[in-house]
Design a protein around this ligand. Structure first.
Ligand code: ZN
Length: 99
């Protein structure tokens, strides 16, 4: 979403880059102050974006990571159970055919 404002010197439309509170006019090279509502809105959006990022990190740490770890634990437990079941079978098998 690009926002524009008019150069106070030459009246040309300046496209706000989304960073900083001053910009250079492309047409008359005047350094102009970005209207307060533009950078204020931009900073609010950045704050919201950062806030969303922290919520995502929080969710990953509290929900996704434990879920993955518990799934991994279940798989490891199943693997251990299968090994525990197969080991005696294998031992009996080996005794039958080796001796
Ligand atoms: Zn200008």
């Amino acid at each position: 979403m690009t926002q524009t404002f008019n150069c106070p010197n030459c009246g040309a439309a300046i496209e706000y880059s989304g960073a900083g509170r001053t910009m250079k006019c492309q047409y008359c090279s005047t350094v102009v102050q970005v209207p307060e509502e533009l950078w204020r809105e931009q900073e609010t959006q950045q704050t919201v974006t950062q806030w969303k990022k922290y919520v995502m990190i929080f969710l990953i740490i509290t929900v996704v990571l434990p879920t993955c770890l518990s799934l991994f634990g279940v798989l490891a437990g199943l693997f251990g159970a299968v090994i525990g079941f197969l080991a005696p079978v294998f031992a009996v098998f080996v005794q039958f055919f080796v001796h």
